[in-house]
Design a protein around this ligand. Structure first.
Ligand SMILES: [Mg+2]
Length: 239
């Protein structure tokens, strides 16, 4: 069974992938979110040309092949697009076998616990606490993640004192029996991250995400002009 057609359907924010095999079997997957339209271009230029015609049931080999052919593009640039193929082919296999993907991976289907994530920084600690408590009471969430620092803020807070305030105010408002997480979105230096970590310890907050920026690569990047799909949103095997 060979991969015959790869299509994308998306916006700037989200993008789905439809993989069609030469048997007509299909699978749906998803590219990574944010700038998904750009990732779709990467998908059609640097993923699909290598994947088309490969064994739809030998995903591992195809992903290795793509990584080898695009070895100048390590990291998330390529992986954000590879995710669309990866998830689509798992879905295709699940449909063929009549099983959920979790079963193919050796797991058991069941309820999945979710946490509520704030996604906001331009909100006062008091308003944030009220908003998250409302979600707790109305929807029954038992875990919450909120924002500290400023995104890639180099230790400058969203406004002075917000981090010191938002940690205890939200934590105390949510109360006991709730798992508490915070995300700094690369806002801190190591020294500041340790300071903030101590505040989190004091509040029993057990998850501190994206403390400091990931180091920049010094490897030079270059653009590539490769096979273009025949129309935006699709790549096909050329017959
Ligand atoms: Mg995060």
């Amino acid at each position: 069974m060979r991969i015959f057609k790869l299509e994308t359907f998306g916006t700037e924010f989200v993008c789905f992938v439809k993989a069609t095999a030469d048997t007509g079997d299909i699978g749906w997957g998803q590219l990574s979110t944010y700038n998904a339209d750009i990732t779709a271009d990467v998908f059609h230029r640097q993923i699909a040309p290598h994947a088309l015609g490969t064994d739809a049931l030998d995903l591992e080999d195809t992903l290795n092949l793509i990584a080898e052919r695009e070895h100048k593009y390590p990291g998330s640039y390529l992986r954000r697009a590879m995710a669309g193929l990866d998830t689509a082919l798992w879905d295709l296999r699940g449909r063929l076998e009549g099983k959920p993907v979790v079963s193919l991976l050796g797991g058991v289907p069941g309820p999945l616990r979710a946490y509520a994530s704030s996604m906001k920084r331009d909100i006062t600690p008091e308003a944030e606490a009220a908003r998250l408590c409302r979600l707790r009471d109305e929807h029954g969430f038992t875990a919450f993640k909120w924002r500290v620092g400023a995104e890639c803020g180099r230790d400058r807070d969203e406004w002075p004192g917000r981090t010191e305030a938002v940690i205890p105010i939200v934590s105390n408002a949510l109360g006991d029996g709730i798992d508490k997480l915070v995300d700094a979105n690369s806002g801190f230096s190591t020294a500041r991250a340790i300071e903030v970590g101590r505040m989190l310890e004091d509040q029993g907050i057990g998850h501190f995400e994206s403390l400091a920026p990931i180091g920049r690569s010094t490897r030079p990047q270059r653009s590539a002009t490769r096979c273009r799909s025949t129309w935006p949103g699709a790549s096909r095997i050329a017959n």
